[in-house]
Design a protein around this ligand. Structure first.
Ligand SMILES: Nc1nc2c(ncn2[C@@H]2O[C@H](COP(=O)(O)OP(=O)(O)OP(=O)(O)O)[C@@H](O)[C@H]2O)c(=O)[nH]1
Ligand SMILES: *[C@@H]1O[C@H](CO)[C@@H](O)[C@H](O)[C@H]1NC(C)=O
Ligand SMILES: *[C@@H]1O[C@H](CO)[C@@H](O)[C@H](O)[C@H]1NC(C)=O
Ligand SMILES: [Mg+2]
Length: 336
């Protein structure tokens, strides 16, 4: 019989051994796609300088791109009180020609007071009969944010509404993104788009790319620019920006603020297929997934006077990413 001391020593040796093995394993798995890319060490601050500088650095390693015929896409749709829109949304989604086994679908429902979750679960089960998707997940979370009925489009509500929407997008993104190559942000009220949407948008191979979002007047069928968050700064708008207090947040599409910007919508039918833009909406937006991984999130506080999707555009442009719009590639938002 080993003595009590011997038992303790054996136990301690065993625990130490396990710990070492654990660290070896976790270090091995602490890699990106099985390959350790780099360690970035903390740089000691220079105590003799009272200002910190932003040191730009080259990407440590350019990840090799997967062949386009292997690329995976994550489609993300935040949802709130969306039951009326879900049937049409899923009807369109099923018609996408992109291989379903390379599509992941993830939903986040927040603060819904209608039957969005129940209907979503039903729609998702019928999707399962329409092909083998790579992944389908539904999440629910509540921020306890409820707008008074009919006040959703009031100017005074926009900053708070967009902050909650930014939070929702961030929660959705952090929960959903695993190893996908592309993220398509698709709002539930985008009701018409080409079935080849994913192939078409991916083929441009841009960091951030927005379709041109229009709506149709019910009776006359007249088309009009819907999403003014796809904007282009002008000399006048840049000048206007310099006059604003640091914490001032801008929103587009309200007569209360004239921002002096140009809009992607107004460039429809120009000769170019692709234009560089400065703000984006999130209703039909393709993002290279690494742009999110490298820090592209949806700000809830102003970045260059913008939050949510427009703030995202400002942020990732500062990171050196390319932000583009497709003037002639039109998708349609439900007439609200
Ligand atoms: N999770 C979540 N989703 C939301 C919230 N508000 C809106 N959404 C969803 O986000 C997407 C965009 O929201 P919309 O209300 O259409 O925003 P919008 O396009 O700026 O406004 P409209 O012009 O009224 O369409 C839709 O898929 C909504 O269902 C929210 O608070 N939480
Ligand atoms: C610290 O700052 C001083 C003053 O600007 C500079 O001369 C020195 O090279 C800096 N040292 C490091 C390690 O960056
Ligand atoms: C999925 O739905 C689309 C559109 O309704 C249809 O064309 C396609 O054949 C369906 N696929 C399967 C596997 O059921
Ligand atoms: Mg909408």
């Amino acid at each position: 019989m080993p003595s009590r001391l011997a038992k303790i020593i054996i136990a301690l040796t065993f625990i130490t051994g396990l710990t070492v093995v654990f660290y070896i394993i976790s270090d091995t798995f602490h890699t990106y796609r099985g390959r350790k890319i780099a360690h970035i060490h903390n740089c000691p601050l220079n105590a003799t300088q009272d200002t910190l500088f932003l040191h730009s650095f080259d990407p440590i390693a350019t990840p090799t791109k997967p062949p386009t015929d292997k690329a995976n896409v994550l489609i993300l749709t935040p949802l709130k009180d969306a039951s009326a829109k879900l049937p049409q949304y899923f009807k369109k989604l099923m018609q996408l020609t992109f291989p379903k086994d390379r599509i992941s679908l993830v939903y986040l429902v927040t603060d819904s007071t209608d039957n969005t979750v129940d209907l979503l679960m039903k729609e998702v089960s019928s999707l399962l009969n329409n092909g083998t998707y790579r992944k389908i997940s539904v999440f629910e979370k509540n921020f306890q944010y409820f707008l008074q009925h009919g006040s959703r489009h009031k100017f005074s509500q926009q900053v708070q509404r967009r902050q909650i929407l930014a939070k929702s997008r961030n929660h959705l993104l952090f929960t959903a993104l695993t190893d996908e190559d592309w993220v398509l942000w698709l709002d539930v009220d985008i009701i018409t788009y080409p079935n080849t949407l994913l192939e078409d948008m991916i083929s441009f191979d841009k960091d951030v790319l927005s379709a041109n979002v229009f709506a149709r007047e019910k009776h006359t069928n007249t088309e009009y620019v819907y999403d003014r968050n796809n904007f282009i700064e002008t000399k006048e708008s840049m000048k206007f920006l310099t006059t604003l207090d640091e914490d001032k947040i801008l929103v587009e599409g309200y007569p209360e603020i004239t921002t002096h910007r140009n809009y992607l919508g107004d460039l429809r039918d120009i000769e170019k297929d692709l234009v560089e833009i400065d703000g984006v909406g999130g209703s039909c937006l393709l993002v290279r997934a690494d742009v999110h991984r490298e820090g592209g999130i949806f700000p809830t506080i102003p970045i260059a006077h913008q939050i949510e999707t427009e703030g995202f555009a400002k942020l990732v442009k500062k990171m050196g990413k390319g932000v583009y719009g497709l003037p002639n590639y039109v998708v349609y938002h439900d007439k609200t």
